[in-house]
Design a protein around this ligand. Structure first.
Ligand code: PMP
Length: 413
């Protein structure tokens, strides 16, 4: 390496150091190598584990219909489109998929991006710029914060889900104002009160962009996400979703009015200046959406949410700190497929992750900056195809380490 200054910086970087130490002692929860990936139980390195860390909520990533959609697209169009959407990269599968997404969401149009990250980055920065304001929930996804930076608008964050504080920011914002929130928060699995958020946006003439990355296909009366649970679908200007999680493929999209989508089509840099998604991903996504719009899709969503409730209630009964379900406007509540176990301490989280790994349970560890400082969690995700036996094992193992009265994890730390 030619720059000593750069080398010094890398060698003194605490995060890189921690990564190296954890890897050396085989304690690293990150970058494990999967030999199979899309089932309730998978092979990771030298062991078979119950997969509780996958966003394959509905079990579509390995579904024969979705695989067939991917295979047919690969066969017809080849491995890649070798160009951006602007030039030679738009194929008939894009228009079919965008029409299907718009019809499903009840919007004029939809626009597909190569990844969900790029949908946020390009979609948000296409709508606001210098002199405008973006008001963001403090727990919003990293791609939303990166989008804010790219936009060069003024960024104001409000405390997670505090609509009163959002209103305070809105009352003091200038230029075109865009509010950006997640419908379902990716780390703690809680919902945004989208009806109240939409109401304050309307009061202050702010546009509303909602990231439904983890909720699309999983929840809502039409399974397009959390907005429908709050009767807010028509009050949202841009509904972003991922094709890469519940829908079992890869990519992202934004659904909205013709005006909003055209602004992104013309200005979104991550749409214009990157190669469009591979045909297999588009074919898989189209097959997955069509499947979700059948009775089987509804049944898969029902099973996923029932599994989430079962895991949440079981962990709570075992004395594990899992947080409360999200309240809904009709007085009921919802447990999302993301069940966050509050551990709060990084070292304890790593040790607990390792204990579960040895017990045959793969969980995701989340520490700063994915969550706030001292807010470390184990993120457990259910799938439609997890059986009660799988979930009982997980409850037993997590309960053994983090349940009432257990000091197991503390002893290890
Ligand atoms: N938004 C949220 C809330 C996410 O959790 C993620 C991915 N983890 C993204 C956007 C980015 O999606 P993708 O992985 O498809 O790039």
């Amino acid at each position: 390496m030619s720059s000593q200054a750069l080398l010094d910086r890398i060698r003194h970087d605490k995060r890189i150091w921690a990564h190296r130490v954890l890897t050396k002692h085989d304690q690293n929860p990150f970058f494990r190598v999967m030999k199979s990936v899309n089932a309730p139980t998978v092979d990771v390195e030298d062991r078979s584990v119950i997969m509780m860390g996958s966003n394959n909520y509905l079990g579509l990533a390995d579904h024969p219909v979705v695989r067939a959609g991917a295979a047919a697209a690969l066969e017809r169009y080849g491995a890649t489109v070798t160009g951006s959407r602007l030039l030679n990269g738009t194929i008939t599968l894009h228009t079919e998929l965008e029409e299907e997404l718009a019809d499903w969401h009840g919007t004029d149009q939809a626009l597909v991006f190569t990844t969900g990250y790029q949908a946020n980055l390009g979609g948000i920065s296409a709508l606001v710029g210098v002199g405008d304001t973006v008001v963001v929930d403090s727990a919003a996804h990293a791609s939303i914060y990166d989008a804010c930076r790219l936009s060069r608008a003024t960024v104001r964050a409000f405390r997670h889900n505090r609509v009163d504080l959002l209103e305070d920011k809105l009352s003091r914002s200038t230029g075109v104002v865009l509010v950006v929130v997640d419908g379902l928060y990716s780390m703690h699995g809680d919902l945004a009160p989208l009806d109240e958020i939409a109401a304050v946006c309307e009061k202050y003439d702010a546009a509303l962009f909602v990231d439904e990355a983890h909720s699309v296909a999983v929840m809502g009366p039409d399974l397009t996400g959390a907005a429908g649970l709050f009767g807010a679908t028509d009050d949202i200007d841009a509904r972003m979703g991922c094709l890469s999680k519940g829908l079992g493929s890869s990519g992202g999209f934004v659904a909205g009015s013709k005006d909003i989508v055209d602004a992104m089509r013309v200005h979104a840099r991550t749409f214009l200046f990157t190669t469009a998604g591979v045909p297999a991903a588009l074919g898989a996504a189209l097959a997955a959406i069509r499947l979700m719009r059948t009775d089987e899709g509804a049944e898969r969503s029902r099973r996923t949410l029932a599994n989430a409730r079962y895991l949440h209630d079981g962990l709570r009964a075992a004395g594990v700190d899992v947080g409360a379900p999200s309240p809904l406007p009709d007085g009921s509540d919802l447990v999302s497929p993301i069940v966050a176990v509050n551990v709060r301490d990084d070292l304890k989280t790593v040790n607990t992750w390792r204990t579960l790994w040895d017990a045959g349970v793969f969980a995701s560890a989340a520490m700063f900056p994915a969550v706030p400082h001292d807010g470390a969690i184990l993120r457990l995700c259910v799938q439609a195809d997890h059986t009660t036996a799988h979930l009982d094992r997980v409850i037993e193992e997590v309960g053994r380490v983090l349940g009432d009265g257990s000091e197991h994890a503390d002893r290890q730390a």
